[in-house]
Design a binder for this molecule. Sequence first.
Ligand code: ZN
Length: 270
Amino acid sequence: MENLDRLAIHTMTTKPWDLPTACAKYAAAGVPGVGVWRQWLEGRPLAESKSILDDHGLKAVSTVRGGFFPYLNEAGRRDSHEDNIRALDEAAAIGAPQVVLVCGAKPDLCLSDNRKQITEGVAGLIDHASSVGVKLAIEPLHPMYADCRSAINTIGQCNEMIDQLGEEWVGIAADVYHIWWDPQLEREIKRAGRRLIGFHICDWVTPTNDFLNDRGLMGEGCIDIHGIRQLVEATGFDGPIEVEIFSDRHWAFDQDQYLEKIINAYRKHV
Ligand code: ZN
């Protein structure tokens, strides 16, 4: 039976709970890690959010999310850069070792321009990442989002980008939801090696009724989560395993019972 030492839950997974509630519930359930979505940091000083985590003995494993690099004009480029600098500062303030990057895409731009702007955008953050000691974790997104959420869709593309950018401050967050279908997955995870710094889990349900908010709990769908975990861990990855589920269906459910289900599903299917 899998113990909970490596389990982390993204605050978005239990969306109805604010940060103090989520922290209290996770800690009481024996969950040691939290993926902190930035919306959960709004409305209070960062030091106070850090205290809430600390008081419950919780560790922020990631801040979610930065990215959204592509732009249509100079103001757009600057806004994106400044927001990503803030994301890095927020992560540093709450002790999170990485910011997850959802790289973005503009449907008005061609894919190659989107990807060029993304590479330049990430490159422009490396100095700041280094100065605050927070890594940039590029999360490739399922290609159904290539129009407006991310033009980076495979671990292979992340590897290409990191070949250019260097791997000291830039890594990869592998989310099973986005990568499970990829025929090159095994090869590219091996190639990524130590670049893999994040591992996110959930499941793909059939039919998927909503492209964004109909993810499954582990075991509800068709993803070989255990198999992907083995590939990821063969690289030497031994970091947190982050449960990240957006689900209108599960958010409508009693969240205390849902947390129990998450922990049971983690023990059984991961
Ligand atoms: Zn993810």
